[in-house]
Design a protein. Structure first.
Length: 131
């Protein structure tokens, strides 16, 4: 048999989980951006930084069937990165850190990848989540 103190502890843990879980789901809701509203992303190699829900997002059209959505803030000193289509990479203009189109670090001084928002193309819309 479980004593009262352990029961209250487990009840508290359960209450914490139940109150946290719905808020995490709410933050992870997918957003949809119509492709027709972004001329820069209608062809391969295009990129654009848009401000959505108070955050800047770097969108990259890297193939006919894929689009990437990344946080454009360099993980080194916070400069805004830019996509260089001819080199198929993202570069920080301040200290020359480089990232691939998925945001993975290729060259420092940055030591972390860019945050990737997991975008996909679906029925002429970019679907992504800014959690």
């Amino acid at each position: 048999m479980i004593d009262r103190r352990k029961f209250m502890k487990y009840l508290g843990i359960l209450a914490g989980i139940l109150t946290t879980f719905p808020s995490r789901l709410a933050r992870a809701k997918a957003l949809a951006l119509p492709l027709e509203k972004t001329k820069q992303l209608q062809s391969v190699g295009g990129s654009v930084i848009l401000k959505l829900k108070g955050k800047e997002v770097l969108f990259i059209r890297d193939t006919e069937t894929t689009v990437r959505a990344l946080d454009p803030t360099c993980t080194h000193k916070g400069c805004k990165v830019a996509f260089i289509a001819g080199e198929n990479r993202i570069v920080c203009p301040c200290h020359q850190s480089a990232f691939d189109p998925e945001g993975k670090l290729l060259k420092g001084p940055a030591s972390k990848d860019l945050k990737n928002y997991g975008a996909k193309l679906e029925e002429n819309q970019i679907i992504f989540s800014m959690d």
